[in-house]
Design a protein around this ligand. Sequence first.
Ligand code: NAD
Length: 389
Amino acid sequence: MIIRPKTRGFISLTAHPKGCEENVREQMEYAKKHKFQNAPKNVLVIGASTGYGLASRIALAFGGGANSIGVFFERPSDRDKPASAGKYNSVAFEKFASQAGLVAENVNGDAFSSEIKERVIDLVKSKLGKIDCVVYSLASPKRTDPFSGEVFKSVLKPIGATFTGKTVNVDRDEVHEVTIEPATAEEIKATEKVMGGEDWELWMQALHSEKLLARGTKTIAYSYIGPEVTWPIYTNGTIGAAKDDLMRARAAINFLLEDIGGQAIVSINKAVVTQASAAIPVVPLYMSILFKVMKEKGCHEGCIEQMTRLFGEKLYGQSPARSLDEQGRIRMDEFELSKDVQAAVREIWPKISTENLAELSDIAGYKREFLRLFGFGLNSVNYDEDVEI
Ligand code: NAD
């Protein structure tokens, strides 16, 4: 069938299998040019099909030569409805990795469930033996507690006070004000249940108790801080509170892994366009301005640039340059939060309006990157051609 983009706000109803394959190929080619030594041999990536998780898997496989198991939750195709982009990305990854002689196993299902943890444990035993790196890169709107069966839904809201600020309607290229009421105590708790560190801990406990973690295993989860304009909705909001819980989980996992000399790490990554970040109010407008500034200064990065740098330089490079902050987190946001970049963003922020959006921000680049997430807008793909979904 012929597949065209069909988006509504931050949702895409279609995805292009060839475009997604090309996206994975381009990231693979980039990773191959940024090879690194001392890479882990067998990695588990939880949230492996899109965004930072996919780029982590690609960097580790094609930059470091690692075998991998990828866990994700993606929609398969159904009669005339294409699959979700993450499904096509994962099929493409498996194809390229096997061509390169690497083990690449995909598990499509709910990572929060005990059933998927058990399935992965069986796969590790049969395909990899032991793993030495676990990447935790989930972004999900909800979680069913595996013990109580209760369903928790995360919200993107401020805490303590109503927030009013600028945001962008990407369908209409319109800058407008948004007002968001503060979260209730129950919503704060629910967001922590979904996006906090509890499930990361459960994964590590399950793998550790089955003795599937090699000596010196590293496990890493991702977080974000950003600049002040996004704090009410991110760092000081419900999602930020959930991310604080990653630090509690990191300490608990470090304690758990002591006997095998393992280490849990939190990395603060740069703002990039993904399905998860596109859904956060204010952030897409901030990113459009940020990208313009960072591109002009020549320091713009996407997921694969960040992840090859994270694994190749900061975690596993020949002389790993850690640059940890005062809380012991790896900072991958050093260019985004550099003084000159943020000064330029701060100058634009109060002026930005619907009328000057195209001139003062890179909204066009933001929208292009958003469409690419679903395999659209790639020069190497003929979108008038019939494709098998
Ligand atoms: P994304 O939406 O691109 O990826 C989410 C992944 O989680 C996908 O692979 C999806 O299939 C998987 N997933 C969701 N629910 C699942 C479930 N129940 N079971 C199994 N898999 C499931 O998101 P992203 O932006 O790459 O985010 C990944 C992590 O990086 C998050 O922790 C996020 O907070 C963090 N982060 C993102 C940014 C950013 O700008 N995008 C910046 C810093 C940190």
